[in-house]
Design a binder for this molecule. Structure first.
Ligand SMILES: NC(=O)C1=CN([C@@H]2O[C@H](COP(=O)(O)OP(=O)(O)OC[C@H]3O[C@@H](n4cnc5c(N)ncnc54)[C@H](OP(=O)(O)O)[C@@H]3O)[C@@H](O)[C@H]2O)C=CC1
Ligand SMILES: CC(C)(CO)C(=O)C(=O)O
Length: 308
């Protein structure tokens, strides 16, 4: 199976590297800066599930011949990413986006049609270090995806079989990817809003007395998902209530890591989207709106080059 990976950042580098290990024919579609690093040093991944150090094939121009495009850009780069992958998708490849959030599906559907676009999500924490190494954080290694019509006999199932389920990468094709993406957004919307607003890990927030704050975010996000027709199960809620009340947790969202590194945030795509959906449903969203404002203010300061 031939895979084109747009972006060799944290997740593109991690999952693209694991796909290479499992025998897929992988090409990274990258911009000149990342292309130069990969040409010089190869793909370097550091992970408790095994490091990766290997030369990789890169291109700066997509073309025909790919079965699937793993789309791993940030939401704010979506327009340029759509333009970059278009030659591969128009030639027949499916798109597997692993961005957090939901709104990108509409834009991908508009660009390529829903038959070509899968849903997808990554439960995996990683970061691209300044030295160009992809650092896997913690133990999560799940890649979940599915065709939007829920078909289980198409290319998504074939990709899951090709990638398999082993430590380092557990790939699953599912018939209910929209529900899974909403579960991920309830989780992410909680950890991102909580840790970005407090500029602290889950454990630090809990030890400071903030467990009720995190739980309020979790319940609020679950109510928004329910209003969209995706009711979180009791088991899901119990698991995340425990996670967001753990005083020993070092857990932070990638958005906090990006913000602390002086990067741009996906504020509109995550907090803005959730707050807008809350408004449509007549639900309270004060904490999401505050997180949105906080991250946007950071983005303003960053764009003006006034970060310390
Ligand atoms: N990191 C994490 O732990 C997790 C992240 N996510 C989500 O996954 C998505 C990706 O995040 P992450 O991997 O952290 O992001 P990164 O910033 O680490 O990587 C994104 C990469 O996309 C590349 N890119 C963007 N536009 C283009 C383009 N037009 N052509 C080629 N390359 C392009 C960037 O390249 P360049 O270097 O040239 O800018 C960058 O290397 C986000 O939506 C995030 O919320 C989900 C789960 C966990
Ligand atoms: C919550 C987490 C780590 C789950 O993969 C994530 O998506 C992120 O930090 O962006």
């Amino acid at each position: 199976m031939r895979m084109l990976v747009l972006g060799a950042g944290a997740l593109g580098g991690y999952f693209g590297g694991r796909a290479l290990e499992r025998g897929l024919d992988v090409t990274f579609l990258v911009r000149p800066g990342r292309a130069a690093v990969l040409a010089q040093d190869g793909l370097r991944v550091r992970s408790t599930h095994g490091d990766i150090d290997r030369p990789v094939t890169t291109t700066q121009q997509a073309g025909p011949g790919f079965d699937v495009v793993l789309l791993s850009c940030k939401a704010y780069d979506l327009d340029s990413a759509i333009a970059a992958i278009a030659p591969a998708v128009q030639a027949g490849a499916a798109v597997l986006p692993i961005l957090n959030g939901m709104a990108h599906l509409d834009r991908l559907n508009a660009a390529f049609g829903p038959d070509r676009v899968w849903g997808g999500l990554a439960k995996c924490a990683a970061t691209l270090r300044p030295d160009g190494v992809v650092q896997h954080l913690g133990d999560w290694h799940w890649l979940t995806f599915g065709e939007q019509d829920g078909r289980m006999d198409g290319r998504a199932a074939a990709l899951a079989t090709a990638l398999g389920e082993r430590p380092g990468l557990v790939a699953q094709a599912v018939p209910d990817i929209q529900r899974r993406m909403w579960e991920k957004l309830v989780h992410l919307g909680t950890v991102a809003a909580g840790t970005v607003l407090m500029r602290a890990s889950v454990g630090e927030i809990v030890r400071a007395g903030g467990a009720p704050f995190l739980l309020q975010l979790l319940e609020g996000n679950a109510a928004i998902a329910a209003a969209k027709g995706h009711v979180m199960t009791p088991a899901f809620m119990d698991g995340y209530r425990a996670m967001f009340a753990d005083p020993a947790s070092a857990y932070t969202a990638s958005m906090l890591r990006d913000l602390e590194a002086g990067g741009r945030t996906e504020a509109d795509h995550i907090f803005g989207y959730l707050a807008a959906e809350a408004q449509v449903a007549g639900l309270p969203a004060a904490l999401l709106e505050l997180a949105h404002l906080h991250a946007r203010a950071h983005d303003q300061r960053r764009d003006a080059e006034r970060l310390a």
